[in-house]
Structures are given as structure tokens and as C-alpha cells.
Design a protein around this ligand. Structure first.
Ligand code: NAD
Length: 369
């Protein structure tokens, strides 16, 4: 099971119904109307219920290829049947003035097409990570949103989560001294198929054409983004090794395991690992020159994240009550406020593009060894 999919997101879930009841019933000039593109595990299980924590946002439309699921979700969130779209008539969202922004929760290789079409339809775009399946797609997404004058944000949920923000603030204030070593891991044992609202579907994460790559694209990206976000530093040198168990049909198209290292110009070194074959937990550790260390565990998933700091001052143990739905609510709210106040999001398209370029370098390094 995907580590980010453990919570119940099936039809009739009590939490989701409660969320739906709390949604404001009518449009307000102070709220941003989101159109949800792709009704799958993350949008049904997390983003939509998380909107109850986003006072400036509300769901107003959905795009789905499954009329049965679309009807259930529309009923649950009070979305009018005329605001349900398919992929073929997606461009009609241009005529719907209640839609200010789209939230794209499709397989990675489809992010670029729907981001570009949404921007051309005049809508702002909140796109799931990884930004795309290839660097060139990510570049086209940034260019399309820029030329349409629309905002693009990549849904790096952890950048809106309080323990991660506290870690970043402490590191940048010098609590650990000079950052010297990072170790980060995120991996799980992937299933070849998954259940969604009573149906069994093959896992697109194992298909290169839809995913663009393996666990690095999906969960390893959290280790990469946290390393950059918490330290504010960009890696220079990269080395990598990937491997797969021979004969495992899950890994015909994407890698099973990937370990990579990054050298930063300041002298900081990072060692990261990701896997679809085995649980690696979800941790981030950073040690600095004041003989002080910071550890986050859990660091990336839907459970409330925990930050512990030792050395360099009084010990800290910080675990705010901020699990999955709140994390999604916080990012949806941030983007809504950015639209309302005409600000650049904290994690704009350019941030996703930086990760995409680094991911391409990590894969290139793994191919060389
Ligand atoms: P999912 O398979 O559960 O949902 C994908 C949706 O896309 C489904 O509604 C499916 O019907 C639709 N779709 C449209 N065309 C499709 C096609 N050709 N093939 C397959 N599906 C198609 O996937 P998910 O787990 O919800 O992931 C969606 C995106 O969200 C991915 O980019 C993933 O990386 C990202 N994600 C982010 C988080 C997070 O915590 N930020 C968590 C999970 C997933």
C-alpha cells in the first residue's frame, strides 16, 4: 500500500461527509473556487476533505473520466451536476466563472497537458508533485502559465507544515551551526494494484509512460525537496546507484531502489535513499558544526510530523497536531491567498522545475554507474 494512502477515502467516509457539511454553501467574493482534476486517492482522500481547513477556498467543479465516482463526489461536496466535466470537454472550464483555479491530481505524465490547457482557459493551477514526468514538460508548464498571466504552484505539502517550517527556521538561524551532513529516507513496498471506491485498478506508478520514473519521482522527491527547502542550499555534485530484484514483475519499467548523494557548495553532504521494494520509513536528519542535530520522523507522510533537536541549546521535541487533511488545507489556503492578494506562491512552478532538473541528473548519474 502506498504510504500516503493509508487513510480511509472510500465513499461514505464519515470524515469526508463531515468535511462536506462544513463547506460554505454559496460563493463568496473572498473565496477561491477550485476545480478538482482527477478523482483518485489523493484528491478524494485528502485534498477535498482538507479544504475544510482552507477558509479562502471551496470546491466548485470536478473533472473525471468516471461518471459514477464523479456523481458520488459531486453529491458529497454539493457540486452542481453542470460543473462535472470529462477530459474531452475539459476546455469548457473556461466558460465557468466560478472556477478560479484547478487542482491537478493526475498521473505525473498528464500534469503538463492539463496545466497548459487550464492556463489557456484562464485558470490558476495548483499541480501535484512531481511537477511532471520530464524536465521539458515542466519547462512548458512554467512558460504556459507565465504567458497566460496565471499563477502556478506545485503542491509541496511539507512546505506548508509547521514542523518542517520550524526546522527550516532553526537551521537558517544557525541553531545547528553550519549544516554538514543530511541523511534522508522514504520508501515503501508497492502493490501492483490498488482499490478505489470499490474498483481494483493497476498502479500507474509502475508504468514508465505515466509515472516518468520510480520511487524517486514519487517519494524520493520528498527527501530531495526537504534537503533544499530546509537548508536553502542547492546541490552541486550528484552521484547515484539504482537496483531492482531480478524477476520482480513490478520493476520491469521503473527502478526498485535508488540511493543518491549530493554535495553542496558550502561543504554540506547529503545521502538519500528511496524504494518501492521495502519500507524505509520516512526520516530526515541534519547535523551541523555546533555538534547539534535535527531529526524529523515522521517527516513526509500524512501523520503529524515530529521534529527533535539535540545540541546547540535546550533540546526541542515538537509535534504539532497537523496531520494529512490539515496539510492539504494549508497548501490550498496558501494558494488561494496568493491568488486573492496577487502574491507568488512559496512553491511556484520554478521550484518544481528545479527538482525535475535534479531528478534528471540523479537518474543520469545512476545510468552512468
Ligand atoms: P490515483 O491513481 O489514485 O488517481 C489518479 C486520477 O487520474 C484518477 O482519478 C484517474 O481516473 C485519473 N486518470 C485520468 N487519466 C488517467 C490515465 N490515463 N491513467 C490513470 N489515471 C488516469 O493517483 P494518486 O495517488 O491520487 O496520485 C495523483 C497525483 O498526486 C500524482 O502526481 C501523485 O504523485 C500525487 N500525489 C501527491 C500526494 C501528496 O501527498 N502531495 C500524495 C499522493 C499522490
Amino acid at each position: 500500500m502506498h504510504p500516503l494512502s493509508r487513510r480511509d477515502f472510500l465513499a461514505g467516509s464519515v470524515a469526508a461527509l463531515a468535511a462536506a457539511r462544513i463547506q460554505p454553501a454559496t460563493a463568496s467574493s473572498k473565496t477561491i473556487g477550485y476545480c478538482i482534476v482527477g478523482l483518485g486517492r489523493v484528491s478524494i482522500g485528502y485534498f477535498l476533505p482538507g479544504l475544510k481547513y482552507a477558509p479562502s477556498a471551496r470546491p466548485v467543479a470536478i473533472v473525471s473520466r468516471d461518471p459514477r465516482i464523479a456523481a458520488i463526489i459531486a453529491r458529497r461536496y454539493g457540486i452542481a451536476p453542470r460543473h462535472i466535466y470529462g477530459y474531452a470537454d475539459f476546455d469548457r472550464i473556461a466558460d465557468n466563472r466560478e472556477i478560479d483555479a484547478v487542482y491537478i491530481a493526475l498521473p505525473n505524465a498528464l500534469h503538463a497537458e492539463y496545466t497548459i490547457r487550464a492556463a489557456r482557459a484562464g485558470k490558476h493551477v495548483l499541480c501535484e508533485k512531481p511537477m511532471s514526468a520530464q524536465v521539458e514538460q515542466a519547462e512548458r508548464m512554467v512558460a504556459a502559465c507565465r504567458s497566460a498571466g496565471r499563477k502556478l504552484m506545485i503542491a509541496y505539502r511539507c512546505q506548508y507544515e509547521p514542523a518542517t517550517l520550524r526546522a527550516r527556521q532553526l537551521v537558517r538561524a544557525g541553531r545547528l551551526g553550519r549544516p554538514l551532513v543530511i541523511t534522508a529516507r522514504f520508501g515503501f513496498d508497492i502493490s501492483p494494484s490498488f482499490r478505489l471506491m470499490g474498483e481494483t485498478r493497476p498502479e500507474w506508478r509502475l508504468q514508465r509512460a505515466l509515472a516518468g520514473g520510480g520511487p524517486l519521482m514519487d517519494v524520493g522527491i520528498y527527501c530531495l525537496n526537504a534537503s533544499r527547502f530546509i537548508t536553502g542550499q542547492e546541490p552541486a555534485g550528484i552521484q547515484a546507484e539504482s537496483s531492482s530484484q531480478p524477476g520482480d514483475p513490478r520493476f520491469r519499467q521503473v527502478e526498485e531502489n535508488l540511493a543518491w548523494s549530493m554535495r553542496f557548495p558550502s561543504g554540506l553532504a547529503a545521502a538519500c535513499a528511496t524504494s518501492y521494494g521495502v519500507s524505509l520509513g520516512e526520516s530526515f536528519e541534519l547535523s551541523g558544526s555546533r555538534n547539534a542535530s535535527l531529526r524529523m520522523d515522521p517527516a513526509y507522510g500524512y501523520a503529524s510530523h515530529r521534529l527533535q533537536v539535540t545540541g546547540g541549546g535546550a533540546p526541542l521535541d515538537f509535534q504539532p497536531d497537523f496531520s494529512g487533511h490539515r496539510q492539504f488545507g494549508a497548501e490550498a489556503e496558501h494558494f488561494a491567498r496568493c491568488i486573492l492578494e496577487n502574491r507568488t506562491p512559496r512553491s511556484p512552478g520554478e521550484e518544481g522545475l528545479r527538482d525535475m532538473r535534479l531528478i534528471a541528473r540523479i537518474y543520469a548519474a545512476a545510468r552512468r554507474t
